[in-house]
Design a protein. Structure first.
Length: 265
């Protein structure tokens, strides 16, 4: 068991952690709209300064991978099947995502959890499948509004995190990213305050640090939930906030890039 000051000292190496912004396009886009959006992102110097990940719908991955080739831009998917291959109609495996050029994949987004019934165990299996095939999972954790109001935020986040840790172990997090996304802030225009975000990020980091302080200190933890140009800088200035998972604002190049600039600090 690690003592708090030691955790704090390691977490003080925050400047060493990589900064990252990931754009979750959700079910938006078209071939005609995607090309100029990606071109505008590729033309920006931000790409060299902050890790930028674009997560379009599955059908556009291969085409956008070709556009990104040779650039610093990274490609991610929005979901992955927990199984490696087989008779799973409609599903896409981690090895297929890797094959078309993905290096990241979002797992456990709240829309998958609430609209498609993904539970903590399935999310943990998806996390493990991603890692097993060379992808960096972006693990989404977040509480519902009623859970926050009932003062159950830590209990919910702890449960979601522990489900993954108990399947993969803490060491697996050296190849992962976490996104704290309060469900009440996603797509609502209602953002967590910088202090609320920092509290939960610190809670996540300290929970992992109890198992492995070095891995916890190096782990990028993103904030997601109605991030925009006007609030990004303050959120990203928090000690344990290492960038953002961006939904709506990632569909406008200028907005996404100014959020990326804020992540750089
Ligand atoms: C998301 O989809 O992960 C998200 C954070 O969406 P938005 O930025 O639109 O709230």
């Amino acid at each position: 068991m690690i003592r708090a000051p030691e955790v704090g000292a390691l977490c003080g190496t925050a400047l060493m952690r990589r900064k990252l912004v990931a754009g979750n396009w959700k079910m938006h886009g078209s071939r005609a709209a995607n090309t100029p959006l990606v071109e505008a992102i590729l033309a920006s110097p931000q790409l060299e300064r902050v890790e930028c990940v674009i997560c379009p719908p599955f059908v556009y991955l291969a085409e956008i991978a070709r556009q990104l080739r040779g650039s610093a831009g990274q490609l991610g998917a929005q979901d992955v099947c927990a199984e490696a291959h087989g008779a799973y109609t409609g599903e896409v495996s981690a090895s297929m995502l890797h094959d078309v050029g993905c290096r990241y994949v979002i797992v456990g987004h709240s829309e998958r959890r609430s609209l498609y019934g993904e539970d903590d165990v399935l999310v943990a299996r998806k996390f493990a499948a991603a890692l097993a095939h060379g992808l960096t999972p972006i693990l989404c954790l977040g509480e519902q509004l009623a859970e926050r109001e009932a003062d159950r935020t830590q209990e919910v986040i702890g449960r979601q995190l522990d489900a993954v840790v108990s399947l993969t172990g803490t060491a697996a997090f050296s190849g992962a990213v976490i996104a704290y996304e309060p469900v009440w802030a996603i797509g609502t225009g209602r953002t967590a305050s910088p202090e609320q975000a920092q509290d939960v990020h610190e809670f996540i980091r300290e929970r992992l640090a109890r198992q492995d302080a070095k891995i916890a200190a190096a782990l990028p933890i993103l904030y997601g939930g109605s991030v925009k140009t006007g609030n990004a800088r303050e959120l990203f200035a928090q000690r344990d906030v290492d960038g953002g998972l961006i939904g709506g604002a990632s569909l406008k190049a200028e907005e996404f890039l100014s959020i990326a600039a804020a992540a750089r600090g």
